[in-house]
Ligand binder design. Structure first.
Ligand code: TMP
Ligand code: ASP
Length: 238
Protein backbone atom coordinates (compact mmCIF):
# COMPACT_ATOMS: atom_id res chain seq x y z
CA UNK A 1 0.00 0.00 0.00
CA UNK A 2 1.26 3.51 -0.86
CA UNK A 3 2.29 5.99 1.85
CA UNK A 4 -0.90 7.63 3.09
CA UNK A 5 -0.88 11.14 4.55
CA UNK A 6 -3.28 12.40 7.20
CA UNK A 7 -5.79 15.01 5.97
CA UNK A 8 -8.32 17.32 7.55
CA UNK A 9 -10.62 16.53 10.47
CA UNK A 10 -13.93 15.06 9.30
CA UNK A 11 -15.76 14.43 12.58
CA UNK A 12 -15.12 14.14 16.27
CA UNK A 13 -17.09 11.66 18.37
CA UNK A 14 -17.03 11.15 22.14
CA UNK A 15 -13.82 9.14 22.18
CA UNK A 16 -12.44 9.11 18.63
CA UNK A 17 -11.83 11.56 15.78
CA UNK A 18 -11.86 10.79 12.07
CA UNK A 19 -9.52 12.45 9.57
CA UNK A 20 -9.47 12.34 5.82
CA UNK A 21 -6.43 10.76 4.18
CA UNK A 22 -4.62 11.19 0.88
CA UNK A 23 -6.37 8.00 -0.30
CA UNK A 24 -10.12 8.64 -0.82
CA UNK A 25 -10.97 5.10 0.35
CA UNK A 26 -9.39 5.48 3.79
CA UNK A 27 -9.70 7.48 7.02
CA UNK A 28 -7.30 8.04 9.90
CA UNK A 29 -9.05 7.05 13.14
CA UNK A 30 -7.62 8.79 16.20
CA UNK A 31 -8.33 7.23 19.63
CA UNK A 32 -8.42 10.01 22.22
CA UNK A 33 -8.16 9.77 26.01
CA UNK A 34 -11.69 11.23 26.33
CA UNK A 35 -14.06 8.87 28.09
CA UNK A 36 -17.82 9.29 28.29
CA UNK A 37 -20.79 7.45 29.68
CA UNK A 38 -24.56 7.81 29.86
CA UNK A 39 -24.67 9.25 26.33
CA UNK A 40 -22.02 11.84 27.01
CA UNK A 41 -23.39 13.09 30.37
CA UNK A 42 -20.35 11.88 32.36
CA UNK A 43 -17.02 12.86 30.79
CA UNK A 44 -13.36 12.61 31.77
CA UNK A 45 -9.96 12.38 30.14
CA UNK A 46 -8.12 9.22 31.22
CA UNK A 47 -4.42 9.24 30.40
CA UNK A 48 -3.33 6.34 28.20
CA UNK A 49 -6.83 5.21 27.23
CA UNK A 50 -6.43 6.28 23.59
CA UNK A 51 -3.28 4.26 22.99
CA UNK A 52 -4.58 1.29 25.00
CA UNK A 53 -7.81 1.17 22.99
CA UNK A 54 -6.06 1.72 19.65
CA UNK A 55 -3.88 -1.36 20.20
CA UNK A 56 -6.72 -3.36 21.72
CA UNK A 57 -8.95 -2.69 18.73
CA UNK A 58 -6.19 -3.57 16.26
CA UNK A 59 -5.69 -6.94 17.96
CA UNK A 60 -9.40 -7.81 17.99
CA UNK A 61 -10.04 -6.63 14.42
CA UNK A 62 -7.00 -8.61 13.16
CA UNK A 63 -8.26 -11.68 15.02
CA UNK A 64 -11.76 -11.33 13.55
CA UNK A 65 -10.40 -10.81 10.00
CA UNK A 66 -8.33 -13.99 10.34
CA UNK A 67 -11.46 -15.84 11.40
CA UNK A 68 -13.42 -14.61 8.37
CA UNK A 69 -15.24 -11.51 9.67
CA UNK A 70 -14.44 -8.61 7.30
CA UNK A 71 -13.68 -5.31 9.08
CA UNK A 72 -12.74 -1.74 8.17
CA UNK A 73 -9.37 -2.04 9.99
CA UNK A 74 -6.31 -1.74 7.76
CA UNK A 75 -3.27 -1.10 9.99
CA UNK A 76 -1.88 0.72 12.99
CA UNK A 77 -0.38 4.10 12.08
CA UNK A 78 0.85 5.37 15.46
CA UNK A 79 0.29 4.90 19.20
CA UNK A 80 -3.18 6.45 18.95
CA UNK A 81 -4.08 6.22 15.24
CA UNK A 82 -5.25 3.50 12.87
CA UNK A 83 -5.95 3.46 9.16
CA UNK A 84 -9.49 2.29 8.35
CA UNK A 85 -11.62 1.91 5.24
CA UNK A 86 -14.10 4.71 4.64
CA UNK A 87 -17.48 3.13 5.34
CA UNK A 88 -20.98 4.40 4.83
CA UNK A 89 -22.14 3.78 8.39
CA UNK A 90 -25.51 2.32 9.33
CA UNK A 91 -26.83 4.43 12.26
CA UNK A 92 -27.63 1.37 14.33
CA UNK A 93 -25.88 -0.39 17.22
CA UNK A 94 -25.97 -4.18 17.43
CA UNK A 95 -25.75 -5.57 20.97
CA UNK A 96 -25.35 -9.21 21.98
CA UNK A 97 -25.71 -10.16 25.65
CA UNK A 98 -24.46 -13.42 27.16
CA UNK A 99 -25.20 -12.30 30.71
CA UNK A 100 -27.70 -9.69 31.93
CA UNK A 101 -26.07 -6.37 32.87
CA UNK A 102 -26.61 -2.68 32.21
CA UNK A 103 -29.73 -1.41 30.47
CA UNK A 104 -31.49 -4.79 30.13
CA UNK A 105 -31.56 -5.13 33.94
CA UNK A 106 -33.30 -1.77 34.30
CA UNK A 107 -35.62 -2.28 31.35
CA UNK A 108 -36.81 -5.78 32.25
CA UNK A 109 -36.26 -5.69 36.01
CA UNK A 110 -33.83 -8.62 35.99
CA UNK A 111 -30.87 -9.17 38.26
CA UNK A 112 -27.35 -8.49 37.00
CA UNK A 113 -25.40 -11.69 36.35
CA UNK A 114 -28.16 -13.96 35.04
CA UNK A 115 -27.03 -16.22 32.17
CA UNK A 116 -28.89 -15.55 28.94
CA UNK A 117 -29.21 -18.84 27.15
CA UNK A 118 -29.36 -18.48 24.22
CA UNK A 119 -27.58 -15.10 24.14
CA UNK A 120 -29.93 -12.27 23.24
CA UNK A 121 -29.71 -9.57 20.57
CA UNK A 122 -30.85 -5.94 20.55
CA UNK A 123 -30.76 -3.08 18.04
CA UNK A 124 -30.37 0.53 19.21
CA UNK A 125 -30.76 3.70 17.14
CA UNK A 126 -27.54 5.73 17.35
CA UNK A 127 -28.66 9.13 18.67
CA UNK A 128 -27.29 10.52 21.94
CA UNK A 129 -30.00 13.18 22.27
CA UNK A 130 -32.62 10.43 22.17
CA UNK A 131 -30.41 8.28 24.47
CA UNK A 132 -29.91 5.56 21.84
CA UNK A 133 -33.45 4.13 21.97
CA UNK A 134 -33.95 0.41 21.47
CA UNK A 135 -35.51 -0.37 18.08
CA UNK A 136 -36.38 -3.47 16.10
CA UNK A 137 -35.62 -4.59 12.55
CA UNK A 138 -38.94 -3.22 11.29
CA UNK A 139 -37.91 0.32 12.33
CA UNK A 140 -34.60 -0.12 10.51
CA UNK A 141 -36.36 -1.12 7.30
CA UNK A 142 -39.25 1.39 7.56
CA UNK A 143 -36.91 4.33 8.09
CA UNK A 144 -34.49 3.06 5.44
CA UNK A 145 -31.49 2.89 7.78
CA UNK A 146 -30.50 -0.46 6.23
CA UNK A 147 -31.86 -3.03 3.81
CA UNK A 148 -33.39 -6.36 4.77
CA UNK A 149 -30.21 -8.14 3.63
CA UNK A 150 -28.03 -5.80 5.71
CA UNK A 151 -30.22 -6.36 8.79
CA UNK A 152 -29.85 -10.11 8.35
CA UNK A 153 -26.09 -9.83 7.89
CA UNK A 154 -25.67 -7.54 10.92
CA UNK A 155 -27.41 -10.13 13.11
CA UNK A 156 -25.48 -13.05 11.66
CA UNK A 157 -22.11 -11.31 11.90
CA UNK A 158 -22.73 -10.05 15.44
CA UNK A 159 -23.50 -13.61 16.58
CA UNK A 160 -20.48 -14.95 14.65
CA UNK A 161 -18.33 -12.43 16.54
CA UNK A 162 -19.89 -13.71 19.78
CA UNK A 163 -18.84 -17.31 19.09
CA UNK A 164 -15.30 -16.19 18.29
CA UNK A 165 -14.77 -13.65 21.08
CA UNK A 166 -16.57 -15.54 23.86
CA UNK A 167 -14.05 -18.34 23.35
CA UNK A 168 -11.08 -15.97 23.03
CA UNK A 169 -11.96 -14.25 26.32
CA UNK A 170 -12.83 -17.54 28.08
CA UNK A 171 -9.45 -19.03 27.17
CA UNK A 172 -7.85 -15.95 28.74
CA UNK A 173 -9.82 -16.32 31.99
CA UNK A 174 -12.56 -13.77 31.27
CA UNK A 175 -16.28 -13.67 30.57
CA UNK A 176 -17.55 -11.62 27.64
CA UNK A 177 -20.79 -10.33 29.19
CA UNK A 178 -22.04 -8.14 26.32
CA UNK A 179 -20.80 -5.84 23.56
CA UNK A 180 -21.86 -3.39 20.90
CA UNK A 181 -20.92 -3.50 17.21
CA UNK A 182 -21.48 -1.06 14.37
CA UNK A 183 -21.43 -1.86 10.66
CA UNK A 184 -21.09 0.06 7.43
CA UNK A 185 -20.89 -0.59 3.72
CA UNK A 186 -17.84 -0.38 1.50
CA UNK A 187 -18.30 -0.93 -2.26
CA UNK A 188 -21.50 -2.83 -1.50
CA UNK A 189 -19.98 -5.11 1.17
CA UNK A 190 -21.03 -4.98 4.83
CA UNK A 191 -17.96 -4.54 7.06
CA UNK A 192 -17.54 -4.33 10.82
CA UNK A 193 -16.69 -0.70 11.62
CA UNK A 194 -16.14 1.57 14.62
CA UNK A 195 -14.22 -0.28 17.35
CA UNK A 196 -14.08 -3.27 19.66
CA UNK A 197 -12.53 -2.07 22.93
CA UNK A 198 -13.38 -2.21 26.66
CA UNK A 199 -15.30 1.05 26.07
CA UNK A 200 -17.99 -0.85 24.19
CA UNK A 201 -18.20 -4.21 25.91
CA UNK A 202 -18.50 -5.73 29.38
CA UNK A 203 -15.80 -8.15 30.51
CA UNK A 204 -15.58 -9.85 33.91
CA UNK A 205 -12.80 -11.91 35.48
CA UNK A 206 -13.97 -15.56 35.24
CA UNK A 207 -12.93 -16.43 38.81
CA UNK A 208 -13.83 -13.32 40.78
CA UNK A 209 -16.41 -11.79 38.38
CA UNK A 210 -14.64 -8.47 38.91
CA UNK A 211 -15.67 -5.86 36.32
CA UNK A 212 -12.77 -4.92 34.02
CA UNK A 213 -14.52 -2.74 31.41
CA UNK A 214 -16.11 0.74 31.16
CA UNK A 215 -18.48 -0.08 34.02
CA UNK A 216 -15.44 0.82 36.18
CA UNK A 217 -15.84 4.37 34.87
CA UNK A 218 -19.67 4.38 34.88
CA UNK A 219 -19.79 3.13 38.47
CA UNK A 220 -16.73 5.04 39.79
CA UNK A 221 -14.84 1.84 40.61
CA UNK A 222 -11.43 3.38 39.77
CA UNK A 223 -8.40 2.00 37.85
CA UNK A 224 -10.22 2.27 34.53
CA UNK A 225 -7.26 2.29 32.11
CA UNK A 226 -5.35 -0.12 34.38
CA UNK A 227 -8.24 -2.59 34.06
CA UNK A 228 -8.35 -2.19 30.27
CA UNK A 229 -4.64 -3.03 30.33
CA UNK A 230 -5.29 -6.11 32.47
CA UNK A 231 -7.76 -7.38 29.84
CA UNK A 232 -5.20 -6.64 27.11
CA UNK A 233 -2.43 -8.45 28.98
CA UNK A 234 -4.59 -11.52 29.58
CA UNK A 235 -5.31 -11.62 25.83
CA UNK A 236 -1.59 -11.39 25.08
CA UNK A 237 -1.72 -7.87 23.62
CA UNK A 238 1.64 -6.20 24.39
P1 TMP B 1 -26.32 -1.26 27.63
O1 TMP B 1 -26.37 -2.25 28.75
O2 TMP B 1 -26.04 0.15 28.09
O3 TMP B 1 -27.51 -1.33 26.72
O4 TMP B 1 -25.06 -1.63 26.73
C1 TMP B 1 -24.82 -2.95 26.28
C2 TMP B 1 -23.39 -3.05 25.80
O5 TMP B 1 -23.20 -2.29 24.62
C3 TMP B 1 -22.37 -2.52 26.80
O6 TMP B 1 -21.20 -3.33 26.73
C4 TMP B 1 -22.06 -1.12 26.33
C5 TMP B 1 -22.29 -1.22 24.83
N1 TMP B 1 -22.89 0.02 24.29
C6 TMP B 1 -22.05 1.04 23.89
O7 TMP B 1 -20.84 0.92 23.98
N2 TMP B 1 -22.61 2.17 23.39
C7 TMP B 1 -23.94 2.34 23.25
O8 TMP B 1 -24.37 3.42 22.82
C8 TMP B 1 -24.81 1.26 23.67
C9 TMP B 1 -26.30 1.40 23.56
C10 TMP B 1 -24.24 0.13 24.16
N1 ASP C 1 -23.62 5.05 25.53
C1 ASP C 1 -22.28 4.71 25.94
C2 ASP C 1 -22.19 4.49 27.46
O1 ASP C 1 -23.13 4.63 28.19
C3 ASP C 1 -21.28 5.73 25.51
C4 ASP C 1 -21.53 7.12 25.99
O2 ASP C 1 -22.57 7.43 26.50
O3 ASP C 1 -20.63 7.92 25.89
O4 ASP C 1 -21.15 4.13 27.92
Amino acid sequence: MENIEKGKLISSGKAKSLYESSNPDYYFMHYRDDTSAFDGVKKESLEGKGSTNNKFNAFIMDFLEQKGVPTHFEKLISETESLVKKLEMIPVECVVRNIAAGSICKRLGVEEGIDLNPPTFEFFYKDDELHDPMINEFHIKSFGWASEEQVKQMQEKTFQVNDLLKELFAEAGMILVDYKLEFGSFNGDLLLGDEFTPDGCRVWDSETREKLDKDRFRQDLGDVVESYQIIAKKLGIE
